[in-house]
Write a protein that binds this ligand. Structure first.
Ligand code: SAH
Ligand code: SF4
Ligand code: F3S
Length: 450
């Protein structure tokens, strides 16, 4: 294997799981001599870690590939080689099609094959033609990603504990791009968390497409749910905060709700997508829950943890969505009161049942509904942030801020908080008196300095 110093540029699209996967790809490439660069022009290997969730996501990749192809040509003129790789969910879904549409691409590989990256690169070198790898290997990708991880840089980090989805919502590509549900064994997760804690990580966000469907095997071969895993992780010295995302309403079990009441390390913030407030649309989406059952979960969460804040995902203009269905969604949003939310126009995805429906909603109607929904959510988010002023909250200090002497941290509700503090405090949690609110962040000062 050629281990001469080389440079890799990784661009990440899509969800946090891709962010985590990109880190792991860097880990796998480091022993081959690849160091990370922020400049694609000087890279020996460019990896686009792609997302397929909505139409524009894939189109962005093709337009990016156009730019990178020109860089590759410029490099070739200087006598240097640049390999272009497409990883992630577009790679999984499109496979060979990517090489047909963008012949400059050297490697295409799906999310379950990152541990094979060294072999894929070697094959590309030997064959001198594009390598496309989109099968779902039987072996555990995480195991293959090894223990030799590079140090994690920040005090807050992602840790994938579950991957894939068996729920098959009728609009969604994830079950096809990520494969069926898989949970990492408990000991493997704990070992990685301990390593991160030793490197200075204080806040862990556990990731999974359906993270609360987690059911990993423990050391004795028994299945453990997310509540159990959270309890185990909260015992690790150095880990001060735990979060998890994304959850599905169907898997919000009693013990997980109880964990929010009992475990102070579990942050009072829950991202729980509902997609729609109309039962007939939820049924057509194959969500397996109603608006009412979702609201009952929220009620129980609020009993367990009165200070919990909520976030959600919404789709507008799902095929067949009437004005009255849409109004039910607005009603649900008013009912819940979100601290933040992500909302999207329905995007027909090839191969999914909803894309075949003849009840598609016009683009202009989707845009109008999205605008209404976002105005409502924005008002809720603004009110939530404004209500922080005058409160004292624990802030985990993460990094230097924009102004000299300033640090940026996170509130329990994932808000960025700016305050004057010494850099030696990075990685600690300080009680902060919130005194101001901007568009995307809060400002404050030490509570004990008031
Ligand atoms: N597993 C999570 C969501 C993963 S995808 C869950 O079940 O909630 C993230 C979000 O993208 C979804 O919650 C949904 O709101 C949105 N999304 C997924 N497919 C979409 C599509 N075809 N069109 C528009 N939005 C979509
Ligand atoms: Fe997609 Fe539904 Fe699975 Fe979430 S639960 S990843 S929306 S199929
Ligand atoms: Fe996108 Fe794949 Fe994540 S489709 S949202 S990168 S699971």
């Amino acid at each position: 294997m050629d281990n001469a110093p080389k440079k890799v540029f990784v661009k990440t699209y899509g969800c946090q799981m891709n962010v985590y996967d990109s880190e792991r790809m860097r880990d796998v490439l480091a022993p081959l001599g690849y160091a990370e660069t922020g400049t694609p022009e000087e890279a020996d290997l460019v990896i686009l870690n792609t997302c397929h969730i909505r139409e524009k996501a894939a189109e962005k990749v093709y337009s990016e590939l156009g730019k990178i192809r020109r860089m590759k040509r410029d490099r070739a003129e200087q006598g240097a080689e640049m390999l272009i790789a497409v990883a992630g969910c577009v790679a999984q879904a499109e496979g060979e099609e990517i090489v047909r549409r963008a012949p400059a691409v050297d490697l295409v590989f799906g999310p379950q094959t990152y541990h094979r990256l060294p072999q894929l690169l070697a094959r590309r070198r030997e064959d001198r033609k594009a390598v496309v790898e989109t099968e779902f290997p039987a072996e555990d990708k995480f195991h293959g990603l090894g223990e030799e991880a590079l140090p994690r840089k920040g005090v807050a980090a992602f840790l994938t504990v579950q991957e894939g989805c068996d729920k098959f919502c009728s609009f969604c590509v994830v079950p096809y791009t990520r494969g069926s549900e898989f949970s990492r064994p408990v000991e493997q997760v704990l070992a990685e968390a301990r390593r991160m804690a030793a490197q200075g990580v204080r806040e862990l966000t556990l990731l999974g497409q359906n993270v609360n469907a987690y059911h990993g095997l423990d050391a004795r071969g028994r299945s453990m749910g997310l509540a159990g895993l959270v309890a185990e992780l909260s015992r690790i010295e150095g880990i001060e905060r735990l979060r998890y995302t994304t959850s599905h309403p169907r898997d919000m079990t009693e013990d997980l709700i109880a964990a929010h009441a009992e475990n102070r390390k579990l942050m009072p913030y829950l991202h729980l997508p509902v997609q729609s407030g109309s039962d007939s649309i939820l049924k057509a989406m194959n969500r397996g829950h109603t608006a009412e059952s979702y609201l009952r979960i929220i009620d129980r969460m609020r009993v367990a943890r009165p200070d919990i804040a909520l976030s959600g995902d919404f789709i507008v203009g799902f095929p067949g969505e009437t004005v009255s269905d849409f109004e039910s969604t607005l009603k649900l949003i008013k009912n819940v009161g979100y601290a933040s939310a992500y909302s999207f126009k329905y995007s027909p995805r090839p191969g999914t049942p909803a894309a075949e429906s003849d009840k598609q909603i016009s683009e202009s109607e989707k845009s109008a509904r999205l605008q209404d929904l976002q105005a409502l959510v924005h008002a809720q988010q603004t009110a939530f942030n404004a209500a922080m002023v005058g409160r004292t909250v624990p802030v985990l200090l993460e990094k230097p801020g924009r102004d000299p002497g300033q640090l940026v941290g996170r509130s329990p509700y994932l808000q960025s908080v700016h305050l004057q503090a010494s850099p030696t405090l990075i990685g600690t949690i300080v009680d902060t008196h919130i005194s101001g609110v901007g568009t995307n962040s809060l400002s404050g000062h030490y509570a004990n300095a008031v």
